[in-house]
Design a protein around this ligand. Structure first.
Ligand code: NAD
Ligand code: TDX
Length: 371
């Protein structure tokens, strides 16, 4: 039975990938390893764990003995490596964990996979997918062409630098040791199960709770939004059909500035309250509950230091080589996402208590209102 190890499978993209993998390749054995940091949540995986369709291991990718034991038990032929510290703002205030997991953790995982595949003679048929980010390429000006796979690496945040370092390590393992690895660099994901620290869920939840919607700087920064379902479909295409040693960029083709994204979230929530007036009883502090617009909550605050102006992905290699294309339009995907958060209030309420409150105070407490 083919066997896949998904690292970081209790994170946002990881959970979505586990479900997508089960649907696309139901015959495969899926093992998830996740260190269950603040960003993890296994609630959506529990039915799969309980019915035995996946195995979950609470552990660190930087623990060589654990990873070696898992390889011995399951003889993985695929590794989808997503485990990481992923939030840029946290990398600015506390960069060390990013080096630990993203660089040293990736190194330990590569070492363990290489040793296991050498021993088992699977180096020729196995595949290691390293999931990385467009942030390794740095920032684009308004008229610059989108990032291609040969764009130079110019990371600017500690997060992006740690991901760039991990990409370099993967490439070094490919060239030096013949590691059967592939790298993907994707743009900003959004969709179900995203941690409320990230822009889109943060703005949805703040709007529902009637809190300020803190846009950094003047809100002109541009991101290329990729629906997580499109991303996961592309990851499965790359690991199964991509050429080892290659890099593939994955992008949504949905460039939007933050002002427009937050405005659209507000309009979408306003429309939901008009269509379902009962929402007003569940979320009485939301301006839409009393017929006002959530846009009244928008506030511009002190910018993120080193805030990259624009990311945009040229995903033509993925389309040409693998026939893999993203299909979720941003307006549709965003409406779906707003509905998902409306329907999963318990999920985000659990996360937004405890540690999250301390993070909000740390990241937003010092940010003055700019205008
Ligand atoms: P996330 O923060 O939601 O999840 C990361 C998961 O990794 C968490 O479940 C966490 O517990 C786990 N983890 C952290 N350290 C670990 C360790 N040492 N050992 C085992 N598990 C550990 O992140 P995400 O948004 O799902 O991102 C997944 C991957 O995709 C990351 O590698 C990230 O860099 C990359 N990526 C994300 C985006 C995005 O927009 N979210 C865009 C481009 C690339
Ligand atoms: O409160 C906020 N206000 C705001 O204006 C937050 C949290 C963000 N922003 C801005 C910063 C960015 O321009 O919104 C944009 C998106 O911010 P994030 O959601 O933090 O994402 P970003 O920094 O672009 O990084 C994301 O995409 C690339 C992921 O978090 C990374 O893991 C991924 O590699």
């Amino acid at each position: 039975m083919p066997s896949v190890l998904i690292t970081g499978g209790a994170g946002f993209i990881g959970q979505n990938l586990v479900h997508a993998w089960r649907a696309a390749r139901p015959e495969d054995r899926v093992v998830v390893v996740d260190a269950m940091t603040y960003a993890a949540n296994i609630r959506s995986l529990e039915p799969l764990i309980n019915d035995g369709s996946i195995q979950f291991v609470n552990g660190d990718i930087g623990d060589p003995a654990l990873i070696q034991r898992l390889f011995e038990e399951h003889a993985f032929t695929r590794v989808a490596h997503l485990a990481a510290e992923s939030h840029v703002d946290r990398s600015i205030s506390d960069p060390e964990a990013f080096l630990q997991t993203n660089v040293l953790g990736t190194f330990a995982l590569l070492n363990a996979a290489l040793a296991a595949w050498r021993t088992s003679g699977l180096l020729d048929s196995a595949r290691f997918l390293h999931v990385s980010t467009d942030e390794v390429y740095g920032s684009l000006g308004p008229a610059d062409p989108a990032f291609t796979e040969s764009s130079p690496y110019r990371p600017t945040s500690p997060y992006a630098a740690s991901k760039a370092a991990s990409d370099h390590l993967v490439r070094a393992f490919i060239v030096t040791y013949g590691m059967p690895a592939l790298i993907t660099n994707c743009s900003n994901n959004y969709g179900a199960y995203q941690h409320p620290e990230k822009l889109i869920p943060l703005m949805i939840i703040h709007a529902l709770e009637g809190k300020r919607l803190p846009i950094y700087g003047d809100g002109s920064n541009v991101r290329d939004w990729l629906h997580v379902s499109d991303h996961c479909a592309a990851l499965i295409d790359v690991i199964e059909r991509g050429r080892t040693g290659e890099t593939y960029n994955i992008g949504g083709g949905n460039e939007r500035n933050n002002r427009d994204v937050v405005g659209l979230i507000c309009d979408t929530i306003d429309a939901c309250f008009v269509a379902s007036p009962a929402l007003g009883q569940r979320f009485p502090s939301c301006p839409a509950a009393s017929g006002a617009s959530c846009r009244t909550l928008i506030g511009y605050v002190t910018d993120r230091p080193g805030h990259d102006h624009r990311y945009a992905i040229d995903a033509s290699k993925l389309a040409t080589d693998l026939g893999s294309r993203c299909s979720v339009g941003f307006e549709h995907g965003l409406a779906q996402t707003v509905h998902w958060y409306l329907d999963h209030e318990t999920w985000w309420r659990d996360i937004t208590s405890g540690e999250y409150k301390a993070w909000i105070e740390k990241n937003y407490g010092f940010r003055a209102a700019v205008y």
